[in-house]
Design a protein around this ligand. Structure first.
Ligand code: NAD
Length: 471
C-alpha cells in the first residue's frame, strides 16, 4: 500500500481510504486515511525541523527544490501513469501537469530569494524591512490538478524557509504519496510531510495551534469554513477558490482562428479547472458562427478512459462531482438549446460528453454557477459595455478573457474586467513567474511570481537609532 511521508518516515497509518477508478467507478487500491495522531505527528515533525530549515542559506533550500523537481523528471513515466489511473485523464494532460507545471514551479521558486530593504536612513536612524518565514504551513489540495497545485504551494513555502504538511484530496492521493516516497530521498526529514485523508484531516490542520498558515485550493464553500476555523488561532490563510470565468468575443474577432483555442480553454481537463472558460459571451454578429464552430469541435472530440491512446478528454474525476455535473446538464436543457453532447450514455465510470448550450442567458444556474465539468454555455450580447457588466456581475473573479483582432481594443476591454487574471486571445495561461491572484469570492492571497512568495513570509522592521540620538 502507498504510504504517507511523516518526519522522513513512510507510514501506513491505522485507517484506510478506497481509491476509485473514475473510468469504472470501482475501487482499485487503498491508501492511508490520516487520523488525528497522524496529523499531530506530521505537524510535530514539521515544527521540529523548522528552526534548522529556516536558518540554512536560501541557495541550499533552492538545491533541495531543484532535487525535488529532478525526482519528478526522473520518475515521470511512473508518476504520469499513476495520475492517469487516479484521474482518468489522458496521458498528455498528466504529462503537462507533472512535467511542465509542477517542475516549473519547483524550479522557479528554487531561484527566488528575498533581501532586506532599506526603508529610511538619515542622521538619526536606519530602518530596514525584513521578511521572515512563518513556521509550519498546512497545504490543503483539491483533486482536479493535485500535483501542480501541491507543488505550487510547496515551492514558495519551502523557498521562504517554512516547513510544510500537505493534505491531499481524498479522491486523488496516489501520485502525491508516491512523490512523497521519492522526495524522502532528497528532502531533509520533516521539511515536507504528505498526508492522505478525508476532510477531517484538513480540518485538524486548520485548527492546529502549531500551524502558522494554511494555503488552500478548493471550493468557495470549504474556503469559508477554513477561514472561520482559522480564526481562533488567527492563522494566515491563502484561499484559491472557485471561479466562473467569462470570455468575451468582440465583434472584430475571427471565428475560424479563435474557435479552436476557445474550445481548448473551455474544455481543458473536461472543464475541471478553476480558471477555464465557463461563460462565453459572443457578439450578435458572430454568435451563430461561433456556436456552430464550438459545437462541431465538441461533437468530434473523443471522451474515453485516459489509458486509451485515442482519448482527448477523460471522465469527471469523482462520483460527487459527476452527480453535480448531471444536475447542471439537466439545468442546461431547461435553460437553452443543447447543440453538442447533453446525453450521458449508459456504462461504467463518470463520463460526460462535451456539452455546448446556446440561447442561454444570465440568471440561469448554468451561467451563474460553476459546473466544474464539460459544459459550456454560449451567451449572446450586442453591446460591449453590457457584456463587461455581465461578465463582472458574478461573486467570483478568478480569470477572464477577451478575444478580438485589434489587440489594443481587446486589451482595453480586458482591463475593465474585475478578475484577478485577464488574458487576451488566450485563457488560463499559467506561468510560475506570473502572479495568479483571486478577487472577490474567488479568494485572496496570491500564488505565482515574487508576489506568491510574500504570503509565506512575515514582515518585520528593524529600526536602529544612531549614536547620540536619545530614545
Ligand atoms: P473541496 O473544497 O471539496 O476540497 C478541497 C480540499 O479541502 C480537499 O483536500 C478536502 O479534503 C479539503 N477539505 C474539505 N473540507 C474541509 C474542511 N472543512 N477543512 C479543511 N479541509 C477541508 O474542493 P474540490 O471539490 O476538491 O475542488 C473543486 C473546487 O476547487 C472548485 O470549486 C474549483 O473551482 C476550486 N479550485 C480552485 C482553484 C484556484 O486556484 N482558485 C484551483 C483548483 C480548484
Amino acid at each position: 500500500m502507498a504510504r504517507m511521508l511523516i518526519g522522513g518516515e513512510l507510514v501506513e497509518g491505522s485507517r484506510t481510504l478506497d481509491v476509485i477508478d473514475p473510468c469504472t467507478g470501482a475501487a482499485f487500491t487503498q491508501v492511508p486515511d490520516a487520523d488525528e495522531g497522524d496529523v499531530e505527528r506530521a505537524v510535530a515533525a514539521a515544527k521540529a525541523e523548522y528552526p534548522a530549515w529556516s536558518r540554512i542559506a536560501p541557495e541550499s533550500r533552492g538545491q533541495v527544490l531543484r532535487a525535488m523537481a529532478a525526482k519528478i523528471t526522473e520518475n515521470a513515466e511512473e508518476l504520469c501513469a499513476l495520475l492517469v489511473q487516479e484521474t482518468g485523464r489522458p496521458m498528455a494532460l498528466a504529462q503537462f501537469e507533472i512535467l511542465h507545471l509542477a517542475t516549473s514551479y519547483l524550479n522557479y521558486y528554487a531561484g527566488l530569494e528575498v533581501h532586506p530593504e532599506l526603508i529610511v536612513e538619515d542622521d538619526t536612524r536606519r530602518v530596514e524591512l525584513h521578511r521572515k518565514p512563518l513556521g509550519v504551513v498546512g497545504a490543503i489540495v483539491p483533486w482536479n490538478a493535485p500535483i501542480y497545485i501541491a507543488c505550487s504551494k510547496i515551492a514558495p513555502a519551502l523557498a521562504a524557509g517554512n516547513t510544510i504538511v500537505v493534505k491531499t484530496a481524498p479522491t486523488t492521493p496516489l501520485t502525491s504519496l508516491r512523490l512523497g516516497e521519492l522526495w524522502a530521498e532528497v528532502v531533509p526529514a520533516g521539511v515536507v510531510n504528505i498526508l492522505s485523508g478525508g476532510n477531517d484531516a484538513g480540518a485538524l490542520l486548520v485548527a492546529h495551534k502549531d500551524v502558522a498558515k494554511i494555503t488552500f485550493t478548493g471550493s468557495t464553500e470549504t474556503g469559508r469554513k477554513i477561514m472561520a476555523s482559522a480564526a481562533p488561532t488567527l492563522k494566515r490563510v491563502t484561499l484559491e477558490l472557485g471561479g466562473n470565468d467569462a470570455a468575451i468575443v468582440l465583434p472584430d474577432a475571427d471565428v475560424a482562428t479563435i474557435a479552436p483555442a476557445i474550445f481548448a480553454f473551455a474544455f481543458f481537463n473536461s472543464g475541471q479547472v478553476c480558471a477555464v472558460i465557463k461563460r462565453l459571451y459572443v457578439h450578435d454578429s458572430l454568435y451563430d458562427a461561433m456556436c456552430e464552430a464550438i459545437a462541431g469541435l465538441a461533437a468530434s472530440a473523443t471522451v474515453a478512459p485516459g489509458s486509451d491512446a485515442a482519448a482527448e478528454f477523460g471522465p469527471v474525476q469523482n462520483k460527487a462531482q459527476y452527480q453535480k455535473v448531471l444536475h447542471y446538464l439537466a439545468e442546461a436543457k431547461v435553460a437553452g438549446k443543447i447543440i453538442a453532447g447533453g446525453e450521458v450514455t449508459e456504462g461504467p465510470g463518470y463520463f460526460v460528453p462535451l456539452t455546448v448550450v446556446r440561447d442561454v442567458s444570465d440568471g440561469s444556474p448554468i451561467v451563474d454557477e460553476e459546473p466544474f465539468g464539460p459544459i459550456l454555455p454560449i451567451i449572446r450580447y450586442s453591446d460591449v459595455d453590457d457584456a463587461v457588466v455581465r461578465a463582472n456581475a458574478s461573486p467570483f473573479a478568478l480569470g477572464g478573457s477577451v478575444w478580438g483582432s485589434d489587440l489594443a481594443k481587446a486589451t482595453a476591454v480586458a482591463a475593465r474586467l474585475e478578475s484577478g487574471s485577464v488574458w487576451v486571445n488566450q485563457h488560463c495561461a499559467l506561468d510560475p513567474q506570473v502572479p495568479f491572484p483571486a478577487n472577490k469570492q474567488s479568494g485572496f492571497g496570491v500564488e505565482g511570481g515574487i508576489e506568491g512568495l510574500y504570503p509565506y513570509l512575515a514582515l518585520q522592521t528593524i529600526n536602529v537609532a544612531k549614536p547620540g540620538v536619545a530614545a
